[in-house]
Each structure stands twice: as C-alpha cells, then as structure tokens.
Design a protein around this ligand. Structure first.
Ligand code: 5GP
Ligand code: ZN
Length: 114
C-alpha cells in the first residue's frame, strides 16, 4: 500500500534489519527498541489493524504468532519468557497502521502495561 512505511520495508524501498522472511511475512528489528530484543512481525499483505483481518485470512495470525515463538526459541529467551504485543487502533497506542506483532524480551516485563 502506498504511503505505508511497513509496505515500503517489505518492498525493500526503505532499509530494515531483517531477522526472518518467507512468502507470507517478514520480521525485523524495531527502530526504537523497548527491550534488548524487540522484533516486529508483519504479514506481506497490508491490513491496517487486527480489525481489518477477514475471517478467511485468519491463518496469517497463527503463522505470525508461531514464528514469534520460534524466533524467541532461537534467541534463547523462550524459557525465561517474552512478551508479544498487538496494539490495535488509537487507544492501544498503535502508530503504524499495518498490522504487526511486537516480540519483546531479554528483560523483565512489567504489568499492567502503561
Ligand atoms: P505501534 O505503536 O504501531 O504498535 O508500533 C510501531 C512500531 O514501529 C514502534 O515500536 C516503532 O518504533 C516502529 N517503527 C516505526 N517506524 C519504523 C521504521 O521505519 N523501521 C523500523 N524498523 N521500525 C519502525
Ligand atoms: Zn502496509
């Protein structure tokens, strides 16, 4: 989608530190990390937020989540723990309107979130 910064990363129009990619998704390091590990996982297909994922595309959600789990395992944080965040729309703090999971780890997280 035009003017979507994450679509530009997918299309390699702007650079990113890519951790993993396949035909459905890519994962890359967050430019402003909130933890020692802070990776964003996004589908190649543009959906603005969770609210825009149609029923027939629901498999992309499990694919992204299980890939986040696999990356956590590969980074060695699976056992100690990690956090996956899916901000949805303005009140959540979503700033980039191309759906993305945050994978955060290698530090102790706090609850409740801010
Ligand atoms: P949101 O608040 O929408 O859930 O999260 C957006 C995330 O995207 C933020 O953590 C922000 O640091 C990250 N981000 C925004 N622009 C870029 C960019 O151009 N490159 C990368 N790697 N991350 C970005
Ligand atoms: Zn996009």
């Amino acid at each position: 989608m035009e003017d979507c910064i994450f679509c530009k990363i997918i299309n390699k129009e702007i650079p990113a530190s890519i951790v993993f990619e396949d035909e459905k998704m890519i994962a890359f390091n967050d430019i402003n990390p909130q933890a020692p590990i802070h990776i964003l996982l996004i589908p190649r297909e543009h959906f603005a937020s969770l609210n825009d994922i149609p029923e027939e595309k629901k498999n992309i959600l499990s694919h992204l989540l299980l890939k986040a789990r696999q990356i956590a395992q590969e980074k060695g944080i699976a056992e100690k723990g990690y956090r996956i965040v899916l901000n949805t729309e303005k009140d959540s703090g979503q700033e980039v309107f191309h759906i993305h999971f945050h994978l955060l780890g290698r530090r102790r997280m706090h609850w409740p979130p801010g």
